[in-house]
Design a protein around this ligand. Sequence first.
Ligand code: HSE
Length: 427
Amino acid sequence: MKKVGIAILGLGVVGGGTYKILSEHREFYKKIHGVDIVVESVLELRKERALSLGIEEHKIASNIAEVCSNPDVDIVVEVMGGVEPAKTFVLSALNAGKSVVTSNKELFCKYSHELENAAKKNNCGLFYEASCVGGVPVIRTLLDNLQGNKILSMMGIINGTTNYILTKMSNDGASYEEVLKEAQKLGYAEADSTADVEGYDAAYKLSILSSLSFHTKIPYTKIYREGITGVNALDIEYGKRMGYVLKLLAIGKNSDSGIEVRVHPTFIKCGHPLAGVNDSFNAVYITGDSVEDVMLYGRGAGALPTGSAIVGDVIYCATHDNFNYSTFKNTASAAPSTKFVTNFESAYYIRLSAKDKAGVLSKVSAVLSKHGISVAQVVQEDDKKSNGVVPIILITHLTHEKDVNKAVDEINSGELANVDSVIRVVS
Ligand code: HSE
């Protein structure tokens, strides 16, 4: 029987999950796939962690050179995260003729061109299903199954940590800090949670997914990004009363006007398929010109769900001799011909603190109308009135971001009302 040796770089949450799946399913894979997949080496500085997982001491390598020169290793699984030393290690493995499976979205998003060139040069496979949306099989769906389509748009809840935090804040009224700690304990959050809560993690994933969807490199620096650290529990509550849930949404669109890519907190109308995606679950909602709408849903983070995506790639790699690469020109920056849309069109939730006296609402309406903004819904939260100031919530019809910004500046420069929050809305 064909034997394929694996090295795992990093035995953190995902590395541990990957080892568990591979070792527990070894006999099953032999039977189903006719290949014996064996972990031959691990690179992990905490030797006791490797031993506690049941890995034999002689398999614990002390440096990357040892892994790369091991003739029993065919596939290197990189689950360390971060750019360095992961990048150096992955390039060393590829240059030593080993195929690579990685879960590292930051590395793949920033250096996919260098990694792919090295893989092609050395005739090796380079797989990254686990880099986006954990156990949800979105990369191969885009690379293979949806190739018959022109992808028009994608919307995704693609960060488990922020979805867990927003869900708990919304359901339990829990504080942001309290829930973040829980998410870290459960192993959802990145080592530095800034990447999650400031939207970088989602932007790295959106860069990969939109490059695959729109067949052109979309650098993460082209993605408009806002995280959830500025989210106010009051807005979650008011939104809920009006039939919306707050999510950190990643949006990619491809139209005649150009490509639009953004990550930001977004109110989604209850009833939209993405509105029911809670806790650490993730989902990607893709619209293609032939298939129409497709939604992929599942666990976007965690040891075994992400390990499942890694092992899927390992099995594919172990059972194929020829490998496919990106379906776009894999360069460091966007092609000069790529047009990016920055003046987005969206509906908006606007929360104002207004003096509760005659004429205030009509003055606010006059400013909005001057900037071409039409209002779809207005609610005055009278029970929250204090010192003669009352919260007023407006939901607009579709309008342009620049017009909203101009209107907000004009309202804030007056005496009667102040805009406290602006949140984009998907209905
Ligand atoms: N920190 C990431 C998340 C892990 O919360 O989604 C999976 O990429």
